[in-house]
Design a binder for this molecule. Structure first.
Ligand code: ATP
Ligand code: LTN
Length: 331
């Protein structure tokens, strides 16, 4: 049987956080052995909030190199930059005409981001999930590995695919979310009821995967916990639950094992262990990133070839969509 197809993307809105890494990117490398994988740096999505052009260009290249440093192999997978492949924007328009205003209005990410960026509630921010559906459907992806915050967008992509298929005849695969059991929502270290996010204003709230060891340890030491002293996973202990989730996903230890390991020890010891473990885990990624980002010619070769493959792959499907909606075929 043919291998299933995986598609996922990440925005170049800054250095990836530990949340992006544990919830999404970290799982992308290992999937390459079992599936055909297509991964993308979604710069078109990034401009739904204000970006400084020079910084966006840098962040996009950094994100590309970081994905490689995290284990995405351009020989095994297609890795490209979204704006290099025109089918995404083309299919976006078609799918937008099969998406209702009402369903976009219900998206919680839109509600959150329009509050946070109240001076720039642009139409791209509103139709963001349509472009995400286009990303996925242009390749007829079967599975989409994401953090749990993207589940609602994926549900919408499924509805759009089904609606298009009913209206115009079968074309799109209805994609399934692929969400990790542990770490699908890593929380802020400062407000552990909120998700860890690249765009948090408080630098102590998130670990960036390029942070150095001292910074990582310092941020974990300052993590908000509770007034008890027992390292165990229990409702109401949001800060400790989050640190246990992080520790578990990096070491592979179960919550019970972690509780035994720190029995009789205080939160200080636990936070230090989490900090050191995370820093040691991320160190090789940082080294590999530092190496790759110097080699601009190699990166260019990789993203150029990636875009060519992605364009070829998606063009077949998007041309069929053009035909199905009734556009005149090009010669
Ligand atoms: P921004 O803060 O700019 O909106 P973001 O940090 O939410 O960005 P995205 O580029 O939107 O990052 O997300 C990339 C991937 O990381 C998605 O699959 C998303 O679900 C996942 N992800 C983001 N934050 C977390 C988190 N805190 N825990 C687990 N997964 C996450
Ligand atoms: N919306 C996603 C990023 C994204 C994506 C995609 C993820 C854009 N297109 C396609 C999976 C598949 C986010 O993480 N905020």
């Amino acid at each position: 049987m043919d291998k299933k197809l995986i598609f996922s993307g990440i925005q170049p809105t800054g250095t990836f956080t530990l949340g992006n890494y544990i919830g999404a990117v970290r799982n992308w490398g290992p999937l390459q052995d079992e599936y055909n994988c297509i991964y993308c740096v979604v710069d078109l999505h990034a401009i739904t909030v204000k970006q400084e052009p020079a910084k966006l260009r840098k962040n996009t290249l950094d994100a590309y190199a970081l994905l490689m440093a995290c284990g995405i192999d351009t020989e095994k997978s297609i890795l490209f930059i979204q704006s290099h492949v025109k089918t995404h924007a083309e299919l976006n328009w078609i799918l937008g005409c099969s998406t209702q205003f009402g369903e976009l209005s219900r998206m919680t990410q839109f509600k959150d981001k329009s509050k946070r960026h109240a001076d720039d509630v642009n139409s791209g921010l509103f139709t963001y999930p349509v472009l995400m559906a286009a990303d996925i459907l242009a390749y007829n992806a079967d599975l989409v590995p994401v953090g749990v915050d993207q589940k609602q967008h994926l549900e919408l992509a499924r509805n759009i695919a089904q609606r298009f298929n009913q209206r115009y005849g079968e074309l799109f695969t209805v994609p399934e979310p692929y969400i990790a059991e542990i770490g699908a929502k890593v929380m802020s270290l400062q407000e552990p009821t909120k998700k860890m996010s690249k765009s948090d204003e408080n630098p102590n709230a998130c670990i960036l995967i390029l942070d150095d060891k001292d910074t990582i340890i310092r941020k974990f030491k300052r993590a908000v916990t509770d007034s008890e002293a027992e390292v165990c996973y229990r409702e109401g202990k949001d800060g400790i639950n989050n640190l246990m989730t992080i520790y578990s996903s990096v070491t592979g230890k179960s919550f019970d094992e972690i509780t035994s390991e720190f029995a009789g020890k205080g939160y200080g010891d636990f936070k230090l262990a989490v900090g050191e473990t995370v820093a040691d885990h991320l160190a090789p990624i940082r080294n590999e990133f530092d190496r790759l980002i110097q080699d601009k010619a190699y990166l260019k070769k990789c993203y150029t070839e990636g875009a060519e493959k992605a364009q070829r792959y998606s063009q077949r499907i998007v041309s069929k969509a053009f035909h199905k909606v009734g556009f005149v075929d090009k010669a």
